[in-house]
Design a protein around this ligand. Structure first.
Ligand code: FDA
Length: 305
């Protein structure tokens, strides 16, 4: 049953008419639990609150699967606005963004032009930028964009998903760039031809790549709400004397908030991924797919309206 619900929400996450409707009607159905608000000013307030509690942040102006150049350029402008706000308000925040929002599906030229101006503005404001990883069909392209940009900028990283069979090789191949990588399980619906269908294999592979990347001496963001993964990382760094400034934990805004504070209070660097903006629908559906129990929040949200 859980798998059916998961597939249902992942199917809904790609529904364009629903995305349009959601933009039009604003944050609803309990999505405010996972999204900081629709404007940068609301996101800034949330970042300040998190920073005051000792938590680090990465913000994401929500948007994906953009199919025209004007919109892609506008998305890049919004990310630059966010970078300037981080600099102006002296916030402890990085930026995350998706290549399909920068024009990946339009042309190489559009996406590279937008990324270069974002990374330049980020550099000027001391902001690190992480390129989120999307579905399998865009994985190679995203890695190519990352490696190209990494040659020009040192303030860019990307994400690797442990559910993909190709991942171990990606970690090996990327090592020459000494990349700052966020390691995750993966949030999209993928076929068993390219991704492990069993959760146990996905979990084991995440442990495997965390170990590889850390022992290669690279900065590693372990982005998971899973206590087994967190405990594994804690043991690993202890065993191998890996310093606390070579890794961090990351979690999503609104998920396991208490655990975020606990880890921070234990002395670990804890970064919260804070999404904001009007294009909240796809992000929200993926969060529901990860934990259909969250549907209870949706139902409560509907009753309240
Ligand atoms: P898992 O799904 O096994 O969950 C472990 C436990 O965490 C659950 O039992 C539950 O207690 C809690 N939990 C997990 N999800 C929850 C939810 N939605 N609501 C409430 N509780 C929940 N993916 C991707 O494909 N590309 C990307 O770029 C990113 N980026 C990214 C950044 C950050 C900071 C995080 C934390 C995650 C991502 N992800 C991602 C998402 C990631 O791939 C994955 O889908 C989720 O993190 C869920 O997997 P977990 O590792 O948390 O474990």
């Amino acid at each position: 049953m859980e798998q059916v619900m998961k597939n249902f929400f992942l199917f809904l996450s790609k529904n364009k008419p629903m995305t349009k409707l959601a933009k039009k009607y604003g944050l609803r159905f309990g999505a405010g639990r996972f999204v900081a608000g629709e404007t940068i000013n609301l996101a800034v307030d949330v970042i300040k609150e998190l920073n005051n509690k000792g938590l680090f942040v990465t913000i994401d102006y929500l948007g994906e699967f953009v199919d025209n150049e004007i919109e892609a350029n506008e998305m890049a402008d919004q990310s630059i606005e966010a970078i300037k706000a981080i600099g102006r308000e002296n916030l402890d925040s990085q930026l995350s963004l998706k290549m399909t929002s920068m024009g990946l599906d339009i042309s190489d030229q559009v996406v590279m032009r937008n990324m270069r101006r974002i990374l330049k503005a980020a550099k000027d404001n001391g902001v690190f930028v992480t390129i989120d990883m999307e579905d399998y069909s865009r994985c190679q392209k995203t890695i190519d964009i990352f490696t190209e940009l990494r040659k020009e900028f040192d303030n860019v990283g990307t994400v690797i998903q442990s559910y993909l069979y190709r991942t171990e090789k990606d970690i090996e191949d990327l090592n020459e760039y000494h990349p700052n990588l966020r390691l995750v399980k993966g949030a999209y619906k993928e076929s068993p031809e390219v991704a492990f269908p069993d959760k146990k294999d996905v979990d084991d592979n995440l442990k495997k790549i965390i170990k590889m990347h850390l022992l290669n001496g690279n900065y590693t963001a372990v982005a998971s709400h899973d206590d087994a993964i967190i405990e594994y990382t804690k043991q690993l760094v202890k065993e191998h004397n890996i310093p606390n400034d070579q890794f961090e934990f990351q979690m999503l805004y609104g998920i396991r908030t208490e655990r975020q504070l606990e880890l921070s209070n234990e002395g670990y660097k804890m970064r919260v991924y804070v999404p904001y903006g009007t294009d909240w629908y796809g992000y929200f559906m993926r969060r529901l797919a990860e934990r259909p129990a969250n549907v209870a929040f949706v139902l409560k949200g509907m009753v309240k309206k």
